[in-house]
Design a binder for this molecule. Sequence first.
Ligand SMILES: CC(C)(COP(=O)(O)OP(=O)(O)OC[C@H]1O[C@@H](n2cnc3c(N)ncnc32)[C@H](O)[C@@H]1OP(=O)(O)O)[C@@H](O)C(=O)NCCC(=O)NCCS
Length: 181
Amino acid sequence: MFETVIRHTGQLSVAELRELRDMLEETFGPRYDQVAWEHCLGGTHFLLRYQGQLVSHVSLVRRLFEQDGRPIEGVYGESMATVPALQGKGLGSILAAMATADVLLHYELGAFAASKYHFYERLGWRKWAGKTFVVTDSGRRPAAPDRGAVMALLPPGTVIDPERDLTTDWRPGATFAGAPK
Ligand SMILES: CC(C)(COP(=O)(O)OP(=O)(O)OC[C@H]1O[C@@H](n2cnc3c(N)ncnc32)[C@H](O)[C@@H]1OP(=O)(O)O)[C@@H](O)C(=O)NCCC(=O)NCCS
């Protein structure tokens, strides 16, 4: 009845991409624009199907992070969503837990612009305590997420200091990494 699938964007068919975009537009509403869609592509998609229908999604997309000049192997969480009719039943938590495990196993850092802190905090994510920056054409500038805070996940034994500056690459659109203050 339930099926979880992990796919790189390049492994999704045109029909599957259309289905994913339709689901995200239904869940987020008009704020889900072309830029938001492009942000969720180019990485690993965690997909949950119920009776064949796509009902929940999150993706992890590689970004260029650095701290004190040291590059960080990190990913950014994008387009976490469960269709409205099935929210509050634990489906989003299943995918968030799968994405959390992927970060812990394969990366030095997971980051996410989120407002539902509690949803991620119970999986070990914490608000980034230090300052956040983005590298633009005009240099390194302070940056902030478009909503809430930057949530971060660091594997045990990390050398990354969550109380110090975190810098990432610029990209179009709002969100940490896209929106200088
Ligand atoms: C945020 C979002 C992805 C969560 O997805 P979800 O599938 O509803 O997530 P869950 O059901 O796992 O958890 C949501 C709540 O339901 C509760 N819940 C989990 N299992 C449950 C169950 N079996 N019965 C009742 N409630 C349950 C969880 O405790 C959680 O409540 P809490 O956050 O107050 O603790 C979803 O609400 C959504 O798509 N929102 C709109 C898009 C959005 O804003 N995305 C960005 C998020 S930063």
